[in-house]
Ligand binder design. Structure first.
Ligand SMILES: [Zn+2]
Length: 381
């Protein structure tokens, strides 16, 4: 089973919004949320927790720092929301506190990855021969008992740059351990974003310059095509699209959330990596939550089609990986039929093999390509 690296998970947002505890198994979280409104509000059923990371060989995840601009708030439950940059800054600091608490209290389960040394230390655990993965939730009632397995590495990433009040904040976030910034979610003072098209602004250019000086990775996911294509022209540091699919396979989709062919080509030319999102609305045009038995209409073959699209454009398998976005607005109900938990992402490996992908290609897609980007982005210590 190849290592899996996941370039986008909204752990802190889920911890702040729903008090989800990712040391527990997804099944335990589902059990605890049964009869509550949590699955109905936004996410659907939980897709992951530490036991499923072990089972699916998920060694490293990119954990987002995220809060919602108030104009996009989707209900009274949606409390992690801000009106001003100052409020955004405070919420993003709280996200950071959640990750720090998680790794401080559960260092057997999760470790921050801020440097190549920390990455090597996490990976050395995973390189050890695999013990039998836990097939059921942790034994103790509160799920806090460390089980056989390896700590999962967490790389900190900002999604939505309104938490950056002045350029001095960029360095502050770097010092705090953040290694990638996605300037957009919606549109903001720096860039056009999802559902809010617009250009890269003067402030946006300054942000990119400052990030580049520090060696921060740029994440173009959620940037409007106009802004993303400009950023691809000017940014000289490490560059990724952590969780985005090619719009070419969703032809009549009016959402500007996806990557144009020009953006896909730009990421490839930049030696970057695109994280494919296994979310049904991002895989199949016209899919919606309201479809009866909607989950059954989408399969992992649709995920493979998006991976293959990027590989065909690149002429190799060096520029694609996964950014599941799990538990960030999509849960069990919104992902392909074969996925019960994140551990099932491993079922994609045989489908790629059937399509002619060699073992080395599959290992690159599952984790190797993201590790290359991490080696490029992380400081040595
Ligand atoms: Zn996102």
């Amino acid at each position: 089973m190849p290592f899996f690296v996941d370039a986008h998970q909204d752990l802190a947002w889920n911890m702040l919004s729903f008090r989800r505890d990712y040391t527990r198994s997804a099944y335990e979280t589902r059990r605890r949320e049964k009869g509550t409104q949590i699955p109905a509000w936004n996410n659907g059923e939980c897709l992951m927790g530490w036991p499923e990371y072990q089972q699916g060989q998920i060694a490293v995840i990119f954990g987002s720092l995220f809060a919602t601009p108030q104009r996009f708030q989707s209900g009274a439950w949606d409390t992690v929301a801000y009106r001003t940059q100052e409020e955004a800054y405070r919420w993003y600091r709280k996200n950071l506190d959640e990750y720090n608490r998680l790794v401080d209290q559960h260092s057997d389960f999760f470790r921050l990855v801020r440097s190549r040394a920390e990455l090597e230390s996490v990976l050395s655990g995973w390189a050890a021969p695999q013990e039998t993965p836990p097939s059921e939730p942790p034994g103790s009632e509160d799920g806090q008992t460390a089980r056989k397995g390896h700590p999962v590495g967490v790389v900190l990433c900002i999604e939505g740059a309104e938490c950056i009040r002045t350029m001095a904040d960029v360095e502050e976030w770097w010092q705090a351990g953040v290694r990638f910034i996605g300037p957009a979610w919606g549109g903001n003072l720096y860039t056009g974003g999802t559902k809010e098209p617009g250009p890269l602004t003067q402030a946006g250019y300054r942000l990119l310059e400052t990030m580049q000086e520090l060696g921060m990775g740029l994440d173009i996911s959620h940037m409007s095509p106009q802004s993303a294509e400009r950023a691809l022209d000017v940014y000289e540091g490490p560059l990724i699209a952590s969780h985005s699919n090619p719009v070419a396979l969703l032809k009549e989709d009016e959402n500007n959330r996806h990557l144009t062919d020009r953006a896909v080509r730009g990421v490839i030319d930049h030696q970057g990596v695109i994280g494919i999102v296994p979310f049904n609305t991002f895989l199949q045009q016209g899919w919606s939550w309201s479809l009866r038995n909607g989950k059954d209409l989408v399969s992992l073959h649709d995920v493979v089609a998006h991976i293959d699209y990027v590989c065909q454009m690149a002429g190799n398998a060096q520029h694609v990986g996964f950014g599941t976005d799990f538990d960030g607005g999509l849960g069990w109900q919104g992902v392909p039929k074969e996925i019960d938990t994140i551990a099932d992402m491993q079922k994609i490996a045989p489908l790629l093999a059937e399509k002619g992908y060699r073992e080395a290609d599959i290992a690159a897609i599952f984790g190797g390509n993201w590790l290359r980007i991490l080696h490029q982005t992380l400081p040595e210590r």
